[in-house]
Structure formats: structure tokens, C-alpha cells
Design a protein around this ligand. Structure first.
Ligand code: NI
Ligand code: MN
Length: 232
């Protein structure tokens, strides 16, 4: 095949984004209504086929139940987060855990390691935090979730040829831009979308510094505006 279609990624602020490939839309870590910066985004318009949740923190799951109810989307998350979703009445859910991979109608998902924490809203146990490597259509990408830089990211480069990575860059609670640039290199991505920055004062960044850190690592960084769609 000489033409491999890419994917479209739309950013909704914080670590929330939608990836579209062919007929499928997959939404990640929806935190939209509580984010004043994302006030222009109407969650009712998203209509994803699936929602992937990296961990239990409020700033990743806030709108998951509402969007899943409205759209009927399948929600994929770790075992404990899925129990929490099921307790709220969601039935179209699928639990995974680290190291596991599975084929879904929209593509293949492997749940990979992240170094972080994962308590759910209301203090329910949220299991362990994760990242995902997703293959949709002809594209493979890594979403780090919230994480520190970890040598485990090198395992991703051994197994996959990534088209891009979506990496947290806000520092303080997760990798900052310098470590995220190293994460891109570890995982084998030459293109990265930065997320998890500027939402709250502790994760405000200087964008010029982030671009410089990625450029020094030979990785091109994209920071789409909230609501912006980029082709990857
Ligand atoms: Ni978190
Ligand atoms: Mn977070």
C-alpha cells in the first residue's frame, strides 16, 4: 500500500484529546466541563466510539460518565477505574491492566506503564496509572498519561514504530518538557503533541522553552490550541 492515511487529533485542553481514524473516534481523558480554558467545547458534540482513561484522577475522568452515557461509547480503563464506572451504571466498559493488549473495533490498544498515582474522585481506589499505545488505521501512537520519565518507554520503541506520541509536559505532577523530549526519544517518536500544561498554576509552562527542549532532542513538538485539529 503506497498511501497510509494518518489520523486527526483534536485537543480539548489539559490532557483531553480526540483521535479520529476512518470512521472511528476515540476520546482520551475527558476533563472539559471543569476546565474554564475549554469553555468553548461542547461535550455533547463529541460522540466518540470509545473513551480511554489513563488513570483515576479527576482531571482525567471528570466527564467520562456523562459522555459515555450520551454517546454509548465503550470505556476502556484499568480494572479499578472500570469498577468505579460500572458502579455509576455504565455497562459498555472494558477493563485492562498493564502489559495487556487487545483488539477493539476501532483499533488495537496496549496498556503500558506509567509512574504516577491514581485515586478516583471520592477517594475510591483507582488502581495503577497507565499509558496506552494505540494502533488505528495505519497509525500507531503512544499516549503517556500522567507519568515520570521511565526506562520502560524504551520497550515501546522495541515493539512499535510510532507515528507520534502524546506526552505530558507540564512538570510538577508529571514530566516537564525536557523529560518529555527524552520520553519521545525513548519511545521512538519524532513527533509529539504536548498536553497536561497551563491548566493550573503549578503546571504553567513557557512554551518557547518547551519547543527548545524538543528541538534539542530532534523531536518536533506540536501544541495545538484548544479546539484545534491537527493531522498526524
Ligand atoms: Ni494524574
Ligand atoms: Mn493529571
Amino acid at each position: 500500500m503506497w498511501f497510509i492515511p494518518g489520523v486527526k487529533l483534536t485537543y480539548f485542553g489539559h490532557a483531553s484529546f480526540l483521535v479520529e481514524s476512518g470512521d472511528y473516534k476515540v476520546l482520551f481523558d475527558p476533563f472539559i466541563r471543569p476546565n474554564p480554558l475549554a469553555a468553548g467545547v461542547d461535550i455533547g458534540s463529541l460522540k466518540p466510539d470509545a473513551i480511554l482513561l489513563s488513570h483515576g484522577h479527576e482531571d482525567h475522568v471528570a466527564d467520562a460518565v456523562e459522555i459515555a452515557r450520551a454517546s454509548g461509547a465503550l470505556v476502556v480503563a484499568n480494572w479499578e477505574v472500570v469498577q468505579w464506572l460500572a458502579a455509576q451504571g455504565l455497562t459498555n466498559v472494558h477493563p485492562m491492566n498493564h502489559g495487556g493488549a487487545r483488539n477493539f473495533p476501532f483499533g488495537r490498544v496496549k496498556m503500558v506503564n506509567a509512574i504516577h498515582s491514581s485515586t478516583l474522585p471520592g477517594n475510591a481506589p483507582g488502581g495503577n496509572p497507565a499509558g496506552f499505545v494505540v494502533t488505528m488505521g495505519g497509525s500507531s501512537f503512544y499516549y503517556s498519561g500522567d507519568t515520570a520519565l521511565t526506562m520502560d518507554m524504551k520497550l515501546i520503541a522495541e515493539e512499535f514504530r510510532l507515528d507520534f506520541a502524546v506526552l505530558c509536559i507540564g512538570d510538577n505532577f508529571t514530566m516537564g518538557a525536557a523529560d518529555a523530549a527524552r520520553a519521545a526519544v525513548f519511545a521512538g517518536a519524532t513527533k509529539a503533541v504536548g498536553v497536561h500544561y497551563d491548566t493550573f498554576p503549578p503546571i504553567e509552562i513557557v512554551k518557547g522553552d518547551a519547543f527548545a527542549a524538543f528541538e534539542a532532542a530532534g523531536v518536533s513538538l506540536l501544541l495545538p490550541a484548544i479546539g484545534e485539529t491537527v493531522e498526524l
